[in-house]
Design a protein. Sequence first.
Length: 51
Amino acid sequence: MTQDPPKKPPAKPSTPKDDRLKAALKANLARRKAQARARKITDQNTEQNEG
């Protein structure tokens, strides 16, 4: 009547390639966030100078 939820397969051990990709993705995300913050500040300054 009640069913157990399907069990997840055991996690694979991480490989050096996976570790590299994970680090690159994290660095890329951090860089994109920094660029977005800088762009937001620049846009705010431009609006203040124009207005």
